[in-house]
Structures are given as structure tokens and as C-alpha cells.
Ligand binder design. Structure first.
Ligand SMILES: [Zn+2]
Length: 290
């Protein structure tokens, strides 16, 4: 399994926390008809994206990108000690998988310069914080944490109506510790890293492009898509996309933008190896895994 690869002058490493069955395909993708699933079952199973019971298999991971200037961690996964009663696999877990994977990749928490979140859902912010004597403290002590402003404002509003636990235990403590950079959607870090607005899954969802002087060596998709089935059928939106119609539009235009380029597309949730190049197939796309 490929955990480390290069793109231009970047080194990219995957830090996997879980790779497992998630939700039944029909449940997660309301637009998926039995006929469509039947047509695609064989290749989806071969890609280890679907099990024998038609349950989708997802990877939950962070990416660490080493540029000539910085070490950047993208999406901080699920985390430990967090009350997530709706998800038994994530609830109050105490395993060392994530920290071991970080060490195996050659990093300590002090090596990370930036933590960047594509959006503020539970499985993308978890390791932002860790429990220390009953308090949530930043896991990566030297890092600036980059959150998109539209996304941050959206969850601030939601959290004011009713507490959103991942926002309260994994985002607000970072802001309180004065480690957060809440940035606009045209933000860039040096000449290497740029935000690319990709709204729909959440209102302020962003992808990140990495590369120098207009060259895009890699792009990190976050949750603008969850399963390779959506490259072939970009109009299939999961039921938890906040705006399913906008998410579908964003997905197709994103895939069109990167289709037949050299940019490595690093997805958050596709099964291992999770990353590849977007190629045209008929009126849609495939992701040719690296
Ligand atoms: Zn996710």
C-alpha cells in the first residue's frame, strides 16, 4: 500500500486512522438506484470500495505535505477521547493507531507547521486537540491552524443554536489558544499553497492546491467526493451534503478542472491508495490510482 509519494517538489504521506465499512451505499447515496449499483458492483468491489453487503468502505486519514518551506497536515481525522455516541467506531476511542502512523512516517507533533482543515466535520478536525488533564489542548503545539472563514462562521451559527460537539471540542479550543488563522477563500501560504472554494458538502468547504508558480502538483479534495463511484456519476450526492445540488455542481466542475492534467488528486475517503489522476471517461471521469 502506498503511504508516501512525491509530486513536483512535494513529499506527500498518508496517516491512516481507520479504513473500514461506513454506510450502506443506498443509504449514503439517495440517488443510487439498484440498477446503477448492479452495473458498478464488480469494479467497486475490486477497488475495495464496496463489501459483499453493499456497504461502502471509506478510508479516514490525514495527509502530511512537506514543501521546501513547510510541513503541512491536512484534515486531522477522528481523534481520541471524544464523545461521539452516534458513531461507535469513533466514540471515546483510545487507540494509538494515528500517533503510531505519524511516528512511522517520521514525524512528531512538534514538526507540523500548519494544520489545514478542508471543512469542520467531525472526521476532519478530531486530532486538532487532545485531552490533557481534562482540558482540550492543541495536539500540534507549534502549528498554526487554518480554517476557512465561511466554514467557521457557518459552524459558529450552528453551534449557537445547539452545541456541535466537534466544533466545541476540536475547533473552539484552538481559537481560544490563539492558534487559529481564520482565512478568506483566496488565501495562500507562501507560493505553494492555495485554497480552492468547493462549496456544497458544507457551505465553506475548500480544497487545497499545492504547487509553485501556477503549476498544481497536488490537490486535496476533502469531502467534495467520498467514493470513486462519484467520479463516474458526479451527480450522486451523499445525503449528508448540506446542499446536494450545489455539491454535485462543484464535484463536476472540480473533476473537469483537473481532468487529464498531471495534478495528483488526494482524496480524504477513497479506499487505499486514495490518490490518483483524474481521467475522462465518456461524459464523466475516473480516478486512476497511483
Ligand atoms: Zn469526511
Amino acid at each position: 500500500m502506498s503511504l508516501k509519494f512525491t509530486a513536483g517538489d512535494l513529499t506527500i504521506q498518508r496517516i491512516i486512522e481507520q479504513e473500514t465499512t461506513f454506510l450502506p451505499a443506498h443509504d449514503m447515496l439517495p440517488g443510487l438506484t439498484p440498477e446503477l449499483l448492479a452495473e458498478n458492483r464488480a469494479w467497486m468491489k475490486k477497488a475495495k470500495a464496496l463489501d459483499d453487503a453493499d456497504t461502502l468502505i471509506l478510508c479516514f486519514q490525514s495527509y502530511i505535505v512537506t514543501t521546501p518551506h513547510h510541513t503541512v497536515l491536512i484534515d486531522s481525522c477522528i481523534g481520541n477521547d471524544k464523545p461521539r455516541p452516534g458513531r461507535p467506531n469513533w466514540n471515546m476511542k483510545t487507540d494509538e493507531t494515528y500517533m503510531r502512523a505519524l511516528a512511522a512516517a517520521g514525524f512528531s507533533v512538534g514538526d507540523i507547521d500548519y494544520v489545514m482543515c478542508t471543512h469542520l466535520h467531525v472526521d476532519h478536525v478530531g486530532w486538532n486537540t487532545r485531552l490533557d488533564n481534562g482540558r482540550w489542548v492543541p495536539t500540534f503545539p507549534k502549528a498554526r491552524y487554518v480554517f476557512g472563514k465561511t466554514e467557521y462562521n457557518y459552524w459558529t451559527e450552528q453551534n449557537a443554536k445547539a452545541e456541535v460537539p466537534p466544533f466545541a471540542d476540536s475547533v473552539l479550543p484552538i481559537v481560544e489558544a490563539k492558534k487559529a488563522d481564520i482565512v478568506s477563500s483566496d488565501h495562500a501560504i507562501g507560493d505553494h499553497v492555495r485554497l480552492l472554494p468547493t462549496p456544497g458538502h458544507t457551505p465553506g468547504h475548500v480544497a487545497f492546491t499545492f504547487g509553485r508558480s501556477g503549476k498544481e502538483d497536488a490537490v486535496f479534495t476533502g469531502d467534495l467526493m467520498h467514493t470513486p463511484l462519484q467520479t463516474l456519476y458526479p451527480e450522486l450526492s451523499p445525503r449528508f451534503d448540506v446542499d446536494q445540488a450545489l455539491a454535485a455542481k462543484t464535484r463536476r466542475s472540480f473533476l473537469e478542472r483537473f481532468c487529464d492534467t498531471n495534478t495528483i488528486c488526494c482524496t480524504a475517503h477513497f479506499p487505499s491508495p486514495s490518490s490518483g489522476k483524474i481521467r475522462r471517461k465518456g461524459n464523466a471521469f475516473t480516478c486512476e490510482m497511483i
